[in-house]
Design a protein around this ligand. Sequence first.
Ligand code: ADP
Ligand code: MG
Length: 279
Amino acid sequence: SATPASLAAISNGAKQGILCKGGAAMESLANLETLFVDKTGTLTYGNFQVVDYHMDSDILAQVVAMEQSSSHPIAQAITTHFNDLDLSQVDQSQPVEEESGAGLRQGNVLVGKLSMFNDYADPDHLLPLAKVGQTTIFVGRNHHVVGMIALADRVRPEAQKAVADFQASGVTVQLLTGDNDGVAQKVAQATGIDQVWSQCLPEDKIRQVTLAQDQGQVVGMIGDGINDAPALANADLGIAMGSGASIAMESGDIVIVKNDLGKLYHSYQLSHRLNRIIK
Ligand code: ADP
Ligand code: MG
């Protein structure tokens, strides 16, 4: 049951747009030692823009049709950018399957990150297509690479200060992302994070959380995506961004309504004050 002091802290947090599921989450926030931060939608806006693409128009139409079935921010960007395209000739007889944090598959067509193409005969042809420091997705058909799309996102302006504040308080901040290493390093540099885990699948995110816990750390994980939900559930403190997938919010102990990492730091300080009152 929540104490009067923790209720006051919860209500103060709520005014700042931080929703806590019970007093325990608010109290334990002060004990945080390692904070894992997802990239897309957490350190960045998750509002991608298509900046470059190469592929034939027939395959492009199929890719756009496939992305219509996904709720990933990349899918949003692609369907918006190509919304004038005629999709009436696309063969929709086969289902679109989504591999969370990796990409999409429809029959013999594959769309997504590099690791989806591991069994391709010509994976070396993919790398030169990737734009350095940009999120790049590839398109394959019948085991051959047939295209790419490069997308750009922007770092949220408040992220750098929030990261610095946590670090100054002795909290280790680490970046966890499913995106490629070039993008991960760029965002890490812009936000002052020096430990980076890129190309993560959802299970890799869980593994990092568990490894840190095994080393005795009290671990927080903040993210917004369907692919982050398992790691949020495994962390000592799961923190969900409010604009994210509803599954992420269900898995979190804390929800940050306005996607502002600075609000989490505010709650962290609140939690320290709360613990001084309780003890
Ligand atoms: P993050 O960890 O940065 O939030 P995700 O784990 O959601 O990123 O996605 C990792 C990568 O998987 C993306 O950068 C992209 O290459 C690929 N991907 C995920 N979903 C899709 C999709 N719907 N279409 C194409 N590529 C996708
Ligand atoms: Mg994400």
